[in-house]
Structure formats: structure tokens, C-alpha cells
Design a protein. Structure first.
Length: 367
């Protein structure tokens, strides 16, 4: 394709970008209004054509909502190029500017996270979140490029073992098993990486889990922003390797929204239910962590008591039976190794009533 070519009523002007599934051009319609047109690169690939059809079907159906870049025109007839047209929007990096203040970045991502949470509630996931696909359209932060969208009515095209998503923003599970991975939690990982990149002013994120204890990674080393410590913790939670340990998109949206509330407004809010919701959103992960830790300690304690009752106590009784000439004033103390659970007390075991005591620490031989 070249500048001046025509697709439907749209005249191509210049290329704006190129992705794995298509090429985006600036174009003009009959009325001279500018727009962006996305053209499928390889129509002979059943997978690429299927994903392009999925994207257009999504945009014509459940994608018609605020926060999603809409579709203006399309051609899936197969007579020539396959394409669709969308409004011309401003990339998020350009809209934020080179020296964007943290509050504006958090606001932009909070709005986008709210849109993603609404989609996730309907079983819809983007799976290709990165700064290039986040835009400012009119006066609203919006999500574009749904080329990898997964939604209930969409055609299943994802193959096992073939990585899927934005390479530098991709959740680890999307590299090996994208067909069985939870797409919402993969989106949580990607939006957290995107949030860090926008706040840090970096081109790409560091690989793996975010490390708030590393001066190179932590936002508190880059910004004197009151919510920077909380953002570090939020991004850390969103980028853990185990998908089930990440918060849901609704939790991410609520937590970012809570950070945008002025202190005075929070302190004097009459809507106590809303205040409780925002506080709960910011403490949910810590509450779950504490509950999981307590549950783990309880399981360890139960297993240890069972070990004492079924192994240590019978062993002591058997030893006492074979060594009748040994005795001691004190029972044997069986202590759980400190590295297992330092909070759990030692457990005492003793020989059965009537049997002599035995302790390898303190004994005397009867004459």
C-alpha cells in the first residue's frame, strides 16, 4: 500500500504504526475528516483473518461503550483488502507529555482500569495491553487495538505453547499456556507494567515481578509522590508469577480510584459506604495475605501435633520400654524447627503412665 491508495471511501495519507496483525494509516474520508484505518497484513493466514474478524465483531457488539475506541467503517467482504476505520486518537505517552505528573498518570490508568474492569465483568479481556494501545480520544482515556481480544462470542484461536501478548508487558503464563491462562489476570499484569513505565518515564519495564526494595525499580526513588509507596506495593502484587495471587481488575481500579480522592474529601465524606469500599480495596491484599499465613501456620501446627502423637510419643514409649534402667525427672521437649514456624510453641511428650521417664539430656543409671 502507498499514500494516495483508496480503500472504500478512505484515502491513505501516511502510516501511523504497524503491529503483529495489521498496519495503521492516517486517512481521510469524503468529507475530508481524518481518521485511522487498520489494514490486515496477511489475509491468507486463517488465524490472522480470524482474529481480525473477532476484533471487528467485538467492536460492533459488546465493544460499543465509553472507554473503547469505536469502529466507524469496515470491510470484511474479502474483495481486496480487509480493514476497519476508527477515530484518530492521541497515544497516551503523547497525551501525558514528557514530564507528566504522577497524579495525571494515575488518573489516566485508573480510568482505563475502570473500563477494563467493566469488560472483565462480562468475560472480556484485551490480552495486548501496553502503552501503544492506550489512547486519548476527545476528552476520554480509551483502550484501542483489540486484535487479541477474548470474549464469550469470539472464535477460539489461541494455541497451546505459543506465546500471546505484548512481549515486554506479557504475563509469564501467556508465554507457555495462553489457551488455559486466566486472561483477566494476564491483563492485570500488563496494566501494572504499563503503569510503572508511564510513571517511571521509561520505554520498557524491567522483566519479572516488580521489586519495591530495589532502588532501580521502586517508584519512591523516582517520585516524591504521597502514593508512590502504595503504587509500588500495588504493582508488586499485580506482577507476581502466580496468577491466582494477583488482584482482580476491579480491585486494581478501586485502589487507583482511592488514591485519587483528596484527603479532605475522604476525611469529611458523608457516604460511609463508599469510604469503606475504598479502604477495603486498599487493604484487601494485606488481609488475604494475613489470612493465608494464619491458615498455613494452623496447618503446620496440626501436622506437627499429629507427628508428635503418632511418631514421637510412640517412639519414646518404645525407647522407655527397652531401657527400663533409665529415668529422668523431666519429659522430652519436642520443638518444631524455628525456620518452619517460630511462633509455635514446643510440644512435650512423655512416656505412658507407669513407664519410666527417659531423656537423652538428663539421666542417671539405677544401681
Amino acid at each position: 500500500m502507498n499514500p494516495g491508495d483508496k480503500l472504500g471511501q478512505w484515502h491513505l495519507i501516511e502510516t501511523l504504526g504497524r503491529g503483529g496483525n495489521g498496519e495503521v494509516w492516517r486517512c481521510t474520508g469524503r468529507d475530508g475528516a481524518e481518521a485511522a484505518i487498520k489494514v490486515l497484513l496477511n489475509q491468507r493466514s486463517p488465524e490472522r483473518l480470524g482474529r481480525f474478524r473477532n476484533e471487528i465483531s467485538f467492536l460492533l457488539g459488546p465493544g460499543q461503550r465509553p472507554g473503547v475506541v469505536p469502529i466507524l467503517d469496515h470491510d470484511l467482504s474479502g474483495r481486496g483488502k480487509v480493514w476497519y476505520v476508527m477515530p484518530l486518537a492521541v497515544p497516551i505517552r503523547t497525551a501525558l507529555g514528557a514530564d507528566a505528573v504522577p497524579e495525571r498518570v494515575v488518573h489516566a490508568v485508573a480510568v482505563i482500569a475502570e473500563t477494563l474492569a467493566g469488560l472483565a465483568a462480562e468475560g472480556i479481556s484485551h490480552r495486548d495491553l501496553k502503552p501503544d494501545n492506550l489512547l486519548y480520544l476527545g476528552d476520554a482515556w480509551s483502550v484501542g487495538d483489540f486484535g487479541l481480544v477474548k470474549y464469550p462470542a469470539g472464535q477460539a484461536l489461541t494455541e497451546h505453547g505459543r506465546k500471546l501478548g505484548p512481549t515486554d508487558f506479557m504475563a509469564p503464563e501467556m508465554r507457555e499456556s495462553p489457551d488455559t491462562a486466566d486472561p483477566e489476570l494476564a491483563d492485570v499484569y500488563s496494566i501494572a507494567k504499563t503503569l510503572w513505565v508511564l510513571l517511571a518515564g521509561a520505554n520498557l519495564p524491567f522483566p519479572g515481578r516488580h521489586r519495591p526494595d530495589d532502588d532501580i525499580c521502586r517508584l519512591t526513588a523516582r517520585h516524591d509522590y504521597r502514593w508512590a509507596p502504595h503504587l509500588d506495593l500495588l504493582i508488586e502484587r499485580c506482577t507476581v508469577d502466580v496468577p491466582g495471587e494477583r488482584p482482580r481488575m476491579r480491585e486494581v481500579a478501586d485502589e487507583l480510584d482511592a488514591m485519587l480522592k483528596p484527603t479532605a474529601q475522604v476525611a469529611t465524606a458523608e457516604d460511609l459506604e463508599d469510604l469503606e469500599r475504598r479502604i477495603a480495596a486498599m487493604t484487601e491484599w494485606h488481609r488475604r495475605r494475613d489470612e493465608d499465613r494464619d491458615a498455613f501456620n494452623n496447618r503446620i501446627a496440626q501436622a506437627w501435633r499429629r507427628l508428635v502423637e503418632e511418631v514421637a510419643q510412640p517412639a519414646l514409649d518404645e525407647l522407655a520400654r527397652h531401657l527400663p534402667n533409665f529415668n529422668t525427672r523431666h519429659p522430652v521437649q519436642v520443638a518444631m524447627p524455628e525456620r518452619w514456624s517460630p511462633d509455635l510453641p514446643a510440644t512435650s511428650v512423655a512416656a505412658k503412665p507407669g513407664a519410666p521417664w527417659f531423656s537423652p539430656r538428663r539421666h542417671r543409671r539405677s544401681s
